[in-house]
Design a protein around this ligand. Structure first.
Ligand code: ADP
Ligand code: MG
Length: 317
């Protein structure tokens, strides 16, 4: 994995006005970077702003504030140039939790997969197009016979493979996978994850992988950002986050991961999180790098406490 920054999210806010009095701060001033070739996991319970973050990055929404840079281009500008818009469309793709929702039921698998190819005029002849579709089907573990069928004829796992083939068709650099395995059986989850990893190695892809719990993300992410109520509360490499979690919300997510051993499972204690445990009335919380690459959101006194926690651990090791 390189340290070349592919995507930079800088102080991004996405606020939705519901009515005259209500604004939902779905994403509220978050900053992070994604390196070329890595998998960046974004976790947090439902409603924490993960999907909104993904949609804002891919410009389904105009951000309320802040900046998103992709491959050195500012792609959050109010008025995107035609070239930059085309660049985003060509190089960023999204895959979703429920592929059924984004696969047109009246289109054949072939037309679904080739949609991007058609839009971008990437196939010169009909035969080229057919061959490319076949190739993509094979890449995701399906076959040529599947090309003429319709989405409802497939299982959930196969539909997710179709969604992946569709995203891959135009050879993007960056894929936002929004809970791509949450709706699948556990046995199928591993297959889809393995496929995504294989494709990453073969094509040098970069992923933003969104999930609501840490169990699978732990294995697939290089770095992980933890989101709660529109804020990033902690960010670190996967190993660092598991070994030295600091934020109580991260600790609570970690304590919720089921353990494979039933004896351990009985002894597992869940840590409860309540955002009221932070008193930010007198101290404004900040997003700071407490150790190289380990970021944490907290007030001055919380940060002091986290510092003691880390130092104590370092001494005892
Ligand atoms: P997550 O993906 O983590 O479950 P979302 O990004 O979907 O969270 O939603 C974050 C918050 O923003 C939720 O409170 C949700 O209801 C709200 N929200 C999301 N999209 C919109 C929208 N288009 N308009 C208004 N509120 C929205
Ligand atoms: Mg979501």
């Amino acid at each position: 994995m390189s340290k070349k920054v592919l995507l930079e999210v800088k102080n991004v806010k996405q606020h939705f006005r519901i009515d005259r009095k209500t604004i939902v701060k779905a994403v509220d001033d978050i900053s992070f970077e994604i390196y070329e070739g890595e998998t960046f996991g974004l976790v947090g319970e439902s409603g924490s702003g993960k999907s909104t973050t993904g949609r804002t990055i891919i410009r389904l929404y105009d951000p309320t504030d802040g900046e998103v840079t992709f491959d050195g281009k500012n792609i959050s500008a109010k008025k995107l140039t035609k070239e930059d818009r085309a660049y985003v469309n060509k190089n960023m793709q999204m895959i979703f939790q429920d592929p059924m929702a984004c696969l047109n039921p009246r289109m054949t698998v072939s037309d679904i997969i080739a949609e991007g190819l058609d839009i971008h005029g990437l196939c010169k002849t009909k035969e080229d197009r057919t061959q490319r579709v076949y190739e993509l089907l094979r890449t995701v573990g399906l076959n040529e016979q599947h090309a003429s069928r319709y989405p409802h004829e497939f299982s959930g796992g196969q539909r997710q493979r179709i969604g992946i083939a569709r995203a891959l068709a135009i050879e993007p650099k960056f894929i936002i996978a929004d809970e791509p395995i949450s709706a699948l059986d556990v046995s199928i989850q591993a297959q889809v994850v393995n496929l995504l990893r294989k494709l990453q190695t073969e094509n040098g892809l970069t992923y933003l992988f969104i999930a609501h719990d840490l169990s699978m993300v732990k294995y697939i992410s290089d770095r992980i950002g933890v989101m709660n109520k529109g804020k990033l509360v902690e960010l670190a490499t996967a190993d660092e986050l598991y070994e030295n979690p600091l934020h109580p919300y991260t600790k609570s997510l970690l304590s919720a991961i089921p353990l494979p051993d039933p004896d351990y499972e009985k002894g597992r204690t869940r840590i409860k999180y309540d955002s009221k445990m932070h008193d930010y009335s007198r101290e404004t919380p900040q997003w700071v790098e407490i150790r190289p690459g380990h970021f944490i959101y907290g007030s001055k006194s919380e940060l002091d406490q986290y510092e003691i926690e880390l130092t104590t651990k370092e001494i005892t090791i």
